[in-house]
Design a binder for this molecule. Structure first.
Ligand code: ITT
Length: 198
């Protein structure tokens, strides 16, 4: 693919997506290249809905093909929260540290299997002609009661991947990108791009 706008304001996501796109797109643009794009209200009920909203808004404003990622953490014992509200769990403008603190507080009374959770990611790839495809991925794990590790972003320091005995913030990005919700969705997207080239 010649050019693609990655429509995310989240630096952690952008870094991961750039690594995952390496070699598949000649020119990757990001939102910093288009400072005047309109804000998107993320009021969809699903990750997929929000991803499409963000990607289409970027396509309309720039005329470029665009992809957007909507993702979050889903915790059964919290009724699926923070879910689509993961970025603002502790309130509008909350930092990753604020959200992690909120999560630990809400999970304080739960232990063992009750602390199971999964990350979910939907990536929408939309084109100026109105075509749009979405790709999804999930990663299951357990939530710790204190943070571990310094890599990654968001809830990574609390999210233990049992197969590795490490949190996502303790894993190398190469491994995170191989197993993560985002990595899986991007793998599907790359297969789609590969199919279009044939
Ligand atoms: P954009 O909408 O601009 O892409 P955002 O951070 O607002 O950025 P989302 O609405 O999709 O994005 O919220 C995703 C939140 O879910 C993110 O802020 C993290 O708190 C969490 N999250 C998603 N993927 C994650 C990952 O791989 N590791 C840790 N936390 C993650």
């Amino acid at each position: 693919m010649k050019e693609l706008l990655v429509a995310t304001g989240n630096k952690g996501k952008l870094y991961e997506i750039r690594q995952l796109l390496a070699g598949d797109v000649d020119r990757v643009y990001c939102l910093a290249d288009f400072p005047d794009l309109p804000e998107v209200v993320e009021d969809g009920l699903t990750f997929e809905e929000n991803a499409r909203k963000k990607a289409f808004s970027a396509v309309r404003a720039t005329g470029l093909p665009a992809m957007a990622d909507d993702s979050g953490l889903v915790v059964d014992v919290l009724g699926g929260r923070p879910g689509v509200h993961s970025a603002r769990y502790a309130g509008i403008g909350a930092s990753d540290a604020d959200n992690n603190r909120q999560l630990l507080q809400d999970l304080a009374e739960f232990s063992g299997q009750e602390r199971a959770a999964f990350f979910s990611c939907a990536i929408a790839l939309c084109f100026p002609d109105g075509a749009c495809r979405t790709f999804c991925g999930t990663l299951h794990g357990m939530l710790l009661s204190s943070p571990r590790g310094t890599e990654g972003f968001g809830y990574d320091p609390l999210f233990l991947v049992p197969e590795y005995g490490k949190t996502l913030a303790e894993l190398d990005l190469v491994i995170k990108n191989k197993i993560s919700h985002r990595g899986q969705a991007m793998e599907e997207l790359r297969k789609f791009l590969c199919g279009r080239r044939k």
